[in-house]
Design a binder for this molecule. Structure first.
Ligand SMILES: [Zn+2]
Length: 91
């Protein structure tokens, strides 16, 4: 069973102004991120905390999408299982 790519990009929002653009040092994973609009600085952990609702929503959607794909795949498998077996009679 193969699922489609469920990768999603989640855009974090600035808790102050709602801007999606942040500047940060890619080399420094513990560095602060800075909102490019209001210049609020926060740690990545804080940013994740502030956006936890958004992230949870996204996760729900990914789960929903995965379920849909699995269900469709199961139906296909069931159909295939009976394909070509028209002559089999259940006694
Ligand atoms: Zn901002």
């Amino acid at each position: 069973m193969k699922l489609n790519n469920l990768d999603r990009q989640i855009s974090m929002l600035c808790p102050t102004c709602g801007c999606k653009d942040f500047s940060f040092d890619e080399q420094d994973e513990n560095g602060l991120v800075t909102c490019v609009q209001c210049e609020r600085q926060l740690t990545r952990a804080d940013l994740v905390t502030e956006n936890s609702e958004l992230i949870a929503e996204n996760q729900n959607e990914i789960v929903k999408e995965a379920k849909k794909q699995v269900e469709a795949e199961m139906k296909k498998m069931l159909k295939n299982a009976f394909k070509g077996n028209k002559n089999i009679k259940i006694r």
